[in-house]
Design a protein around this ligand. Structure first.
Ligand code: CA2
Length: 144
């Protein structure tokens, strides 16, 4: 699976495109998956896109990324970004590079979004560009 990119999405991101488009844009997660798959094809990369509202699933999938030899993980952990030591520990425990992704720029929003446990462990962060954040993260993943 050396040519596979895991794209992991956390809580409430299944609602993308249906509410708060002024913050998160109007693309759905399926739209974003389609865009990543199109670009992935050009780059010779397979996209494995997943979403869960459950913290443990993100931990399981991070471990799976390493076990299956994925090239990189793009991770939008949603609100768990700001709270989850379990996700932090999971990122730290794998060698697979993890790129933190956000649609919005949490640093321009409420104070409680300024802490990122994901960012403390990730290889790098791309935030604030809406669906384009995922595409930019894919470009980074292809080059590292
Ligand atoms: O900007 C991002 O990508 C976030 O990870 C989104 C999270 C938020 O808690 C982070 O601070 C930043 C929220 C995801 C909720 O997604 C929704 C999408 C549409 C409608 C409602 C929620």
């Amino acid at each position: 699976m050396a040519d596979t990119i895991f794209v992991l999405n956390g809580p409430n991101l299944n609602l993308l495109g249906t509410r708060e488009p002024e913050i998160y844009g109007s693309d759905t997660l399926d739209d974003i998956a389609g865009q990543l798959e199109d670009r992935g094809r050009e780059l010779g990369l397979t996209i494995d896109m997943r979403q869960s509202n459950h913290e443990g699933h993100l931990v399981d999938w991070l471990q799976e990324a390493q076990a299956r030899g994925a090239k990189a993980v793009l991770l939008n952990a949603g609100a768990f970004t700001h709270t989850s030591l379990a996700v932090y520990d999971a990122i730290k425990s794998i060698k697979t590079p993890v790129i933190e992704v956000h649609l919005s720029n949490p640093l321009t929003r409420e104070e409680f979004r300024h802490e990122s446990y994901v960012g403390r462990a990730a290889r790098g962060t791309i935030a604030g560009f809406g669906a384009l954040s995922y595409m930019l993260a894919l470009e980074a993943a292809a080059r590292i």
